[in-house]
Write a protein that binds this ligand. Structure first.
Ligand SMILES: *Cc1c(COP(=O)(O)O)cnc(C)c1O
Length: 465
């Protein structure tokens, strides 16, 4: 049996990594010099690195390892399925048992008339599917010009050309010819950063109404869909004001614009319900799913679509699909993940135990001199760092410089907490216990203290003028 060896010294592994592995979203030359941290195994909410450090993973990998690491049932299901049927496609008038079972299960779990699933290998691929599907939907209905899609600035929908264009990350758009034509970005409902003198409620309405302004500017007969994450994840855990989603929903209905909820992070319990759409009262026509669908144990994503969208698309040959759409091993692993979530009442645990514990722990951190505010929905949360207590003014100097320092201090505390600009982000495994949340909060506090001291020393505790 060939195994990937763990026994090389860390510096040799790092040298090989630097020589041959190009990391995503990284400045590889600088990373190669520093040496990437080598993660060797994981269990529950803890990672172990090649130096034996036990690191609390408050990001659940990349927002995905919802059931925690090291669940044996998952590996057993994968092994069994590999022996039974490791691969077959569903392109040419064939299907297989895992994909049938998973599609039926997702139809049961998804709200309303979201009863049909188109599978992909990732969230990016699923959003590419959505882009082609909504355009095909309107073309089938005799409105091929109803093809524009509206999204938000600072949204994240993936990294392929289509999904990266749907996303609103300017630093991504600067590379590789994005966004592609026909995609528009309106304001994000980030009250802390952009709300000015408005109340959060007024600001939420104003952001939502930018959708109507954009629809009227383009012409409702030109707009196919609006896409949004119930809570923006990679954008910095932007929890929208309560007024935002109802108004978006109203505008989409009024102008006959399809609503795509990107549930890649929010789906499968993260916000305290099965889907973020349920937490925020959204009735989408299409949901994008990935990440928590398999808790990251196998790469799988998809689009759950309404009866109406499915019936229109099904009347034509939709010339789209991926070799790994509905991959049997990934589908079996996803099904096992959903079984664990349901049978172990993990969503009740989020709602009644873990989210309240995280909220209490973070509310205590809100006293810290470096903390501006806390944003939270279920088990996704952000700590906004701010130079002046009681003010929403950002730091002087480059945005994100302070966040980066704080992230390094988190690593030094054996805590994975990511930074988005000057916001610290957590999205821990949903199975995290109150005791583990206490460890998380203690390490976060130590990292904040170290960061505060470092900023004082470097004279960086200054607001932009
Ligand atoms: C991660 C993410 C994606 C992209 O998923 P990949 O599996 O990385 O392609 C899409 N949408 C949201 C909201 C995400 O967080």
């Amino acid at each position: 049996m060939s195994i990937i060896s763990n026994h090389l010294p860390t510096d040799e592994l790092q040298a090989l990594d630097a020589a041959h592995h190009l990391h995503p979203f990284s400045e590889n030359e600088a990373l190669g010099k520093k040496g990437a941290r080598v993660i060797t195994r994981a269990k529950g909410v803890y990672l172990t690195d090649s130096e034996g450090h036990e690191i609390l993973d408050a990001m659940a990998g990349l927002w995905c390892v919802n059931i925690g690491y090291g669940r044996e049932e998952m590996s057993q299901v994968a092994a069994r399925q590999m022996l039974e049927l490791p691969y077959y496609n569903t392109f040419f008038q064939t299907t297989h048992v895992p994909v049938i079972a998973l599609a039926a299960k997702l139809a049961e779990l998804a709200p309303g008339d979201l009863n049909h699933v188109f599978f992909a290998g990732s969230g990016s691929e699923a959003n590419d599917t959505n882009l082609r599907m909504v355009r095909t939907y309107w073309a089938q209905k005799g409105q091929p010009e109803k093809s524009h899609v509206i999204s938000r600035k600072n949204a994240y929908h993936g990294s392929s050309v289509g999904s990266g264009s749907l996303g609103g990350m300017t630093y991504m758009h600067e590379q590789g010819g994005m966004p592609i034509p026909g995609i528009h970005h309106i304001a994000q409902p980030d009250w802390w950063a952009e709300g000015g003198d408005q109340t959060p409620e007024d600001f939420g309405l104003a952001c939502a109404r930018e959708l109507e302004t954009k629809i009227l500017e383009l012409g409702a007969d030109k707009v196919a869909a609006f896409i949004g994450e119930p809570v923006q994840g990679a954008g910095g855990v932007v929890v929208p004001p309560s007024t935002y989603w109802p108004e978006i929903q109203r505008i989409c209905k009024k102008h006959d614009v399809l609503l795509i909820a990107d549930e890649v992070i929010c789906g499968f319990g993260r916000t305290g319900n099965m889907f973020g759409s349920q937490t925020f009262g959204i009735s989408p026509d299409i949901m994008t799913i990935a990440k928590g669908l398999s808790s990251g144990y196998a790469p799988i994503g998809g689009s759950i679509v309404s009866d109406e969208v499915a019936s229109v698309i099904s009347a034509c040959e939709f010339n789209h699909g991926y070799t790994y759409s509905g991959h049997p091993v990934c589908a079996a692993v996803a099904l096992e993940n959903l079984r664990i979530i349901e049978e172990e009442n993990i969503i009740d645990h989020v709602r009644n135990v873990a989210a309240p514990a995280l909220k209490a722990a973070f509310e205590a951190l809100e006293e810290h001199p470096l903390v501006g505010t806390i944003n939270m929905s279920g088990l996704m949360a952000s700590i906004q760092l701010a130079p002046i207590k009681g003010s929403r003014a950002p730091f002087a100097g480059e945005q994100g410089a302070v966040g980066y320092i704080c992230r390094e201090n988190c690593f030094a505390q054996n805590l994975v907490m990511r930074h988005v600009g000057d916001r610290m982000i957590v999205s821990p495994p949903l199975v995290i216990t109150p005791a583990e949340i206490e460890v998380l909060a203690t390490r976060a506090k130590a990292a904040l203290d170290a960061t505060y001291a470092e900023l004082q020393e470097k004279d960086m505790l200054k607001a932009a003028s």
